[in-house]
Design a protein around this ligand. Structure first.
Ligand SMILES: Nc1ncnc2c1ncn2[C@@H]1O[C@H](COP(=O)(O)OP(=O)(O)O)[C@@H](O)[C@H]1O
Ligand SMILES: [Mg+2]
Length: 271
C-alpha cells in the first residue's frame, strides 16, 4: 500500500478488527466487499441522509460497513466527523479514487462500502456506478426528482449495473392511506425499468435532529418509525447484495397502507 493510502489502510484494518462481531469460520462475506452507491442527479433528494443512516444501520447489524464521502460538498463528513468512531467509519474521497478505495476496503476485510455521491457532474456519478454492486437512486416524490431518477436509471443501465429506486421525504400516510403525491410517483415509476423499493422513507424531523448530533435516526430513537424504515431498507438491500439477515423482512407502516385504486398513468413524467 503506497503512503498516500496508509491512513486509509490502517483505519480500514482497525475497523475490521473492531467494528463487528467475529464471524463463523468459512463465512464468505468478510472477504468480498459489496459496494452500494447512493445516488441522485438532483441535490436535496436525500443521498447523504440515506447513505449515513444505512451505513450506521448496517454496522449496528454487525456488517463491517464504511462510508465513502465522494461528494466535494462533504455533507456526510460534516455530519460524522465529530464521532468517536469517525476514523474507521468515514473516508473522504473523490470519483477518481473510488476504485482504489474499493480495493483497499476489500483487502481490509470490509463487508460493505457505501458511497455517497454528488448530484453532478455525470462523469463522477458514472465513476461511482462503475464500482457498484448495487445502486440506490434516491428520489423525492416530485416531478423534478423523478425526472432525475430516470436519468440515474439511464446511467445505471448504460453501465450494466443492478439497482433500485427508493422514495424519500414522502409525506406520512394519513389514516393508513398513502398521500396522492406518493401514489402518483409510484405509478410513474412503474414505467421505469428498475425496481422501486417497497419501503418508502417518510419526511420526518428526526432525520435533521439526528444529523445535528452526528447520529443516525436509529441511534436517536431506535423504536421510532424512521428507524424501522431505515432498518427495513438496510436489511432489504443487504439481502439483495447476497448478505444474510437472520429474520423475516421487517414490517413498516408502509405495510398497513390501503392504496387508493387508480388507473396506471404514464402522464406524470410527461405532463
Ligand atoms: N426523510 C427525510 N425527512 C426529513 N428530512 C430529510 C429527509 N431526507 C433528507 N432530509 C433533509 O433534506 C435535506 C437534504 O438532504 P441530503 O441528504 O443532504 O440530500 P442530498 O445529499 O441528496 O443533497 C437535509 O436537510 C436533510 O436533513
Ligand atoms: Mg449530499
Amino acid at each position: 500500500m503506497v503512503n498516500a493510502y496508509s491512513h486509509l489502510w490502517i483505519s480500514l484494518c482497525k475497523l475490521c478488527e473492531s467494528a463487528a462481531p467475529a464471524r463463523a469460520p468459512g463465512d464468505r462475506w468478510g472477504s468480498t466487499v459489496k459496494t452500494l452507491v447512493v445516488m441522485s442527479r438532483k441535490g436535496g433528494a436525500g443521498k447523504t441522509t440515506v447513505a449515513v443512516n444505512l451505513t450506521l444501520a448496517a454496522r449496528a447489524m454487525g456488517v463491517k460497513a464504511v462510508l465513502a464521502d465522494a461528494d466535494p460538498l462533504r455533507s456526510a463528513t460534516e455530519v460524522l466527523r465529530e464521532r468517536d468512531d469517525a476514523a474507521g467509519l468515514l473516508f473522504e474521497t473523490s470519483a477518481s479514487k473510488l476504485f482504489t478505495l474499493t480495493e483497499a476496503s476489500r483487502r481490509a476485510g470490509a463487508d460493505l462500502l457505501i458511497i455517497d455521491t454528488p448530484a453532478a457532474p455525470e462523469a463522477d456519478v458514472a465513476e461511482a456506478v462503475k464500482v457498484a454492486d448495487f445502486c440506490l437512486a434516491v428520489s423525492r416524490p416530485t416531478y423534478l426528482d423523478l425526472a432525475a431518477a430516470v436519468r440515474s436509471v439511464a446511467v445505471i443501465q448504460r453501465l450494466g449495473r443492478d439497482g433500485m429506486i427508493v422514495l424519500n421525504q414522502c409525506a406520512p400516510a394519513r389514516n393508513h392511506v398513502e398521500p396522492p403525491a406518493v401514489v402518483k410517483a409510484m405509478e410513474a415509476l412503474r414505467f421505469v425499468s428498475l425496481t422501486v423499493s417497497p419501503i418508502a422513507l417518510r419526511s420526518r424531523m428526526i432525520y435533521q435532529t439526528a444529523f445535528a448530533y452526528g447520529r443516525s435516526v436509529q441511534e436517536i430513537d431506535p423504536e421510532g418509525a424512521a428507524a424501522t424504515e431505515v432498518q427495513a431498507l438496510c436489511e432489504d438491500i443487504w439481502r439483495r447484495l447476497g448478505g444474510e439477515v437472520r429474520r423475516p423482512p421487517l414490517r413498516t407502516a408502509n405495510d398497513d397502507l390501503r392504496r387508493p385504486a387508480r388507473q396506471p398513468s404514464m402522464g406524470y413524467l410527461k405532463d
